[in-house]
Design a binder for this molecule. Structure first.
Ligand code: DNO
Length: 384
């Protein structure tokens, strides 16, 4: 596997020379400053590519070329936005960048309720707490009929939480769920937004009446138009699974399990229409057996996120160590052995040691990821 690292561009506080020192060879990045929906010009792609190559590294993967909301909910301007997407893809291909990751999650990309959950060993990790998430849905968003989506036990706990939660804790919950985890990945709610909940509610309203079937059709419509361009320019598109892999906030999610992935790969049956195998996202759904999925979908996988999660008895999920958890990374490394050129990156390392007070993007601190990178590199050395 090619050992890559997600780096957030020239402003990232982790430098490319730091990454060279720890054995990274490929870079995963994006033109983060370009707003979603606008074209990525060739000159800008080349400029960043040269910057990476001057450091003795390779720009291996784009993560992400984000898909505009209007493409997902089939808004009036979707065809224009798809045209722009095709131009960006063609420009990437012309510059020699062959792997492009994206996702098709409505409104909100990855979801966590806590960014600093203390662990027994003294490190901190990301966490998804079912009750706190339901609280956000029912009491903060006040989504119509939200209670119908939760069982009695959760609703009871949500009511109990309402008795003790402070205004500051509520603000923090909003900040984590819809601002801090989203801003740095070109999400829909920006850091500094004065009314994040109101913005978020407006975005949710775009999906009224859009069920799983309709969202699938919108994804198919998009793929039918962009895959021929990807093929022409020899670019592999690879969708990121939904994180977490189940419906949230009344929104459908369509990359959650074996049946969904089967559907997606057959919807446009072309090798350029592929998968980002995010082991942690898939593993956070108790319905998924991660190695079984890897065995089945490895031939259409273009990029691997080697990360692991654990689902707790109460349904919450947590980032596991890269050596443990439901993903079974050693087994995945064995499964991907026949694909030696496939780029992999580690993900969501714990916050630890002197990284605690630094201003890293959530899940993207240095030392925790470096530790995971060393663990995974060791596994690769032994197993392949
Ligand atoms: C979070 C990431 C996601 C991922 C996108 C890909 O840490 O794994 O934001 O980059 O979903 O489009």
């Amino acid at each position: 596997m090619e050992k890559t690292w997600r780096w957030f561009g020239k402003k990232d506080i982790i430098s490319l020379s730091d990454l060279k020192q720890i054995g990274v060879t490929g870079i995963v990045t994006a033109l983060h400053h370009i707003p979603t929906g606008e074209i990525w010009p060739e000159e800008e792609i080349l400029d960043l590519k040269r910057y990476i190559e001057d450091a003795g590294l390779r720009w291996s993967v784009v993560e992400s070329l984000p898909v505009s909301e209007s493409i997902k909910f089939a808004g009036r301007d979707r065809d224009q936005l798809i045209e722009n997407y095709k131009i960006s893809l063609a420009n990437l291909g012309k510059c020699g960048i062959r792997t492009v990751c994206y996702n098709f999650m409505p409104v909100i990309d990855w979801i966590r309720t806590d960014l600093k959950r203390k662990q027994a060993n003294g490190t901190y990790t990301l966490y998804f707490d079912k009750v706190r998430f339901a609280y956000f849905d029912i009491y903060i968003l006040e989504r119509e009929n939200a209670t119908a989506d939760y069982d009695d036990e959760i609703i009871h706990q949500v009511r109990e939480l309402d008795k003790t939660i402070t205004p500051q804790e509520k603000d923090e919950l909003i900040d984590v769920i819809i601002v801090k985890t989203q801003g740095f990945i070109n999400g829909n709610v920006r850091e500094g937004e004065q009314h994040p909940v109101a913005v978020f509610k407006r975005l949710l309203a775009n999906y009224k009446g859009i069920d799983k079937q309709q969202l699938r059709e919108n994804l198919k419509y998009f793929l039918e138009r962009v895959i021929p361009t990807a093929q022409e320019h020899d670019v592999n598109l690879c969708i990121h699974p939904d994180d977490p892999p189940f419906a949230v906030l009344g929104l459908p999610r369509i990359v959650t399990d074996e049946e969904d992935i089967d559907w997606l790969l057959k919807a446009v049956d072309n090798p350029h229409n592929g998968l980002t195998f995010c082991a942690g996202s898939l593993g956070s759904g108790i319905h998924n057996d991660v190695p079984v999925l890897a065995r089945k979908f490895a031939p259409r996988t273009h990029f691997v996120h080697l990360r692991s999660t654990d689902v707790l008895p109460n349904g919450d999920f947590i980032e596991a160590s890269h050596l443990a958890g439901r993903a079974n990374l050693p087994e995945l490394i064995r499964i991907f052995k026949p694909y030696p050129d496939i780029p992999m990156r580690v993900d969501h390392g714990p916050l630890m040691l002197s990284d605690l007070d630094k201003k890293y993007n959530p899940g993207y601190s240095f030392l925790g990821r470096m530790n995971a990178f060393a663990e995974v590199s060791g596994m690769i050395a032994v197993l392949t």
